[in-house]
Design a protein. Structure first.
Length: 396
């Protein structure tokens, strides 16, 4: 292959889609000199996510070996386990995230969104990320889990550092990112341990108390798994939906015709959110390791034991799957995007993220008709995994 794929290059962070197109056309099953494989075709990404031979636990073990740490210290949550443990852990949390339960949260989400807008409206300007997109999912997940929202300033930094740590494999064990991520896990674990002790003594009607009850019932959940589940939900609640709202609003503001259409027809919000997830999704890639040699449709074989990164963000712009994939079309109905993943690890929080995204975006554009981006080039965070803006100053 003639060109070098550098996931840390500033041009790639600013616009990964051009590189994805090149990889997909020139080297769709790419072996990176950084020691992992990169999949960019929709068909291959979908195949790897559906194929039970592509697993998480061997991937975690391979990453841990590479990083020189013990596998047990990372990767105990459902996100990093395979069946049957994955099935057991997901089952314990899943009742809180069914579409029915989540629909019931709509009025509360609306209240949170309105409250935030009431607060910023008089100023006529805000950082849309910090003052609007971020607090919405944080408030919701804290309330669901039973974590005091007022403590959120304490663990905000930990959550960010943990999310950045997803890139540790690229940066190495001695990197600042890897170190901070380790410290963050420790800080968050200690915080959660304290809170668990409180809820154990005095249970409430929250998800944390329900998970503690499952742990106390015996063989369903170990204490480590309880902690890992809480941390996963807290971080997922912090670092993903914020970027659906942020990336989504930036895309709409850059496509005034689409923004106008949504303002005129708010009922388009459901398809609009799906299109925004496809167009510039918050989770760009995941990782698996095959337990056998696997040959892809184009004929290239990935040997067993290797680290494979299916690029969701690339699959969702594949012209073989989406007509005119680089065009933002909020009325797109043929949209089998995989922004929430696929297969057994399909995002548990998808119904919640959809409700939050739909209410946040529709309320924002309804209440602030003169919304405009206040800077020339909003910047994306340096991350290969999560795609989101560092800030989005707007006026209205
Ligand atoms: C727009 C926002 C979101 C996006 C784009 C997103 C995306 C994803 C993706 C792609 C996966 C699969 C990862 C993989 O296969 O390795 C995933 C898994 C997961 N997500 Fe989300 N997510 C979002 C919001 C949320 C929220 C709000 C929560 C809960 C508070 C959540 C909880 C989870 C959990 C628990 C898993 C692991 C599921 C499993 O392993 O079975 N997500 N998410």
């Amino acid at each position: 292959m003639s060109f070098h794929f550098n996931p840390m290059a500033p041009e790639f962070v600013a616009d990964p889609y051009r590189t994805y197109h090149r990889l997909r056309t020139e080297d769709p099953v790419h072996h990176s000199p950084l020691g992992f494989w990169v999949l960019t075709r929709y068909e291959d990404v979908v195949a790897s996510l559906r194929d039970p031979r592509f697993q998480k636990e061997p991937m975690i073990a391979a990453v841990a070996a590479r990083m020189g740490v013990q596998a047990g210290t990372i990767g105990l949550s459902m996100l990093d386990r395979d069946p049957p443990d994955h099935t057991r852990l997901r089952g314990l949390a899943s009742k809180a995230f069914t579409p029915k339960v989540v629909e019931g949260l709509r009025p509360r989400v609306q209240e949170i969104v309105d409250g935030l807008l009431d607060r910023v409206e008089p100023a006529g300007r805000m950082d849309l990320i910090e003052e609007f997109a971020y607090p919405i999912p944080v408030n919701v997940i804290c309330e669901m889990l039973g974590v005091p929202v007022e403590d959120h300033e304490r663990f905000k930094g930990w959550s960010l550092d943990l999310a950045r740590g997803l890139d540790s494999i690229m940066l190495g064990p001695e990197s600042e990112v890897a170190k901070r991520s380790g410290q963050a896990r420790q800080g968050l674990t200690e915080y959660m341990r304290e809170l668990i002790a409180q809820r154990r003594a005095a249970p409430r009607a929250d998800l944390l108390s329900a998970l503690i009850a499952a742990e106390e019932a015996g063989d369903k959940l170990t204490e480590h798994e309880l902690l890992a589940t809480c941390i996963l939900l807290l971080v997922a609640g912090h670092e993903t939906t914020v970027n659906l709202i942020g990336n989504g609003m930036l895309a709409l503001l850059r496509h005034p015709d689409q923004l106008r259409l949504l303002r005129e027809q708010p009922t388009l919000i459901a398809t609009a959110v799906e299109e925004l997830l496809r167009y510039d999704g918050p989770v760009q890639r995941t990782a698996r390791t095959p337990t056998d040699d696997v040959t892809f449709a184009g004929g290239r074989t990935i040997p067993k034991g290797e680290i494979v990164m299916p690029f969701i963000g690339a699959a969702d712009r594949d012209p073989a799957q989406f007509r005119d994939p680089d065009r933002l079309d909020i009325t797109r109905t043929e949209n089998r995007h995989i922004a929430f993943g696929l297969g057994v690890h399909f995002c548990l929080g998808a119904p919640l993220a959809r409700v939050e995204g739909q209410i946040a975006i529709n309320t924002l554009i309804k209440r602030l008709p003169h919304l405009a981006v206040a800077i020339d080039r909003p910047e994306y965070r340096q991350s290969l995994t999560l795609r989101g803006l560092t800030a989005l100053p707007v006026t209205f």
